[in-house]
Design a protein around this ligand. Structure first.
Ligand code: SAM
Length: 233
């Protein structure tokens, strides 16, 4: 299957196993991951954020349940909330989630903004789990005719060591543990040397779901995002 499908399937498999109730997709673009997640009955709150509000609006109608969705009736209600906003800025409505996903987002940020992202996502939103995927630079020689980065908007592409060093610092700074994996395998014999095409870090907050600093006293509990869509199903 196509690589973007493999990344989304990775998230779906994680959700089937860990059963988070509140899930937010950061840099959700045209909501394609969110549309797949709405079928998972354990989820009660599904949110999406993207800096490009027009992109979100283009396809968000597809988040509404189709008639056929009712063939599998849900036990609980599903609340869907879509926001225009930047992951470098805090918004109190995104705190207290069980899972935040950031699929092919960070490489679109400057390194200064990656620092802000780390602070906002891990330090402020502090979800119980975070999944971050980003291109693995070491895999690039396997793409024929690729000069430079995989996309003109990428500000960087990290080697496995660079990704690991960022992730381990996040863990120390904000109290998480991390495991590394990926999707998109190299041809036989080359996997060890180049790694996965997309590298993935799965973070869990130390102390688990219960320990949560949502209730700390923040003077700056800003609502910096714009609500584009909110629907209760
Ligand atoms: N996550 C999507 C997926 O898996 O199909 C696609 C990600 S797309 C390659 C990167 C997205 O990040 C774009 O939709 C872009 O608008 C968004 N983005 C870039 N900078 C952002 C920021 N500072 N805050 C929120 N979203 C941002």
């Amino acid at each position: 299957p196509a690589l973007h499908r493999q990344r989304h399937q990775f998230v779906i498999d994680f959700i089937k196993k860990n059963k988070p109730k509140k899930v937010v997709d950061l840099g959700c673009s045209e909501c394609s991951l969110l549309k797949q997640l709405k079928f998972h009955c354990e989820i009660e709150l599904l949110a999406g954020v993207d800096i490009d509000g027009a992109k979100v609006k283009r396809k968000m109608q597809g988040l509404a349940p189709m008639l056929t969705d009712y063939l599998q009736p849900r036990n609980d209600q599903l609340l869907v909330e879509m926001y225009q906003g930047s992951v470098t800025q805090r918004d109190a409505r995104l705190r207290g989630f069980d899972l935040a996903t950031s699929i092919e987002l960070i490489e679109h940020l400057t390194l200064a903004d990656v620092d802000r992202f780390s602070e906002v996502v891990f330090g402020y939103m502090s979800p119980a789990a975070v999944i971050v995927s980003t291109p693995n630079y070491e895999f690039n020689p396997l793409f024929p005719r690729l000069a430079g980065f995989r996309h003109s908007d990428h500000k960087f592409e990290w080697t496995r060591a660079e990704f690991k060093s960022w992730a381990l610092k996040v863990c120390v700074d904000h109290g998480y543990q991390v495991e590394f994996t990926g999707v998109g395998r190299a041809p036989p014999g080359q996997q060890e040397r180049v790694g996965f095409c997309s590298q993935i870090a799965v973070f869990h907050r130390l102390g688990g779901r219960e320990v949560c600093n949502v209730f700390r006293d923040d003077a700056d509990d800003a609502l910096s995002y714009t609500l584009l869509y909110s629907e209760n199903y």
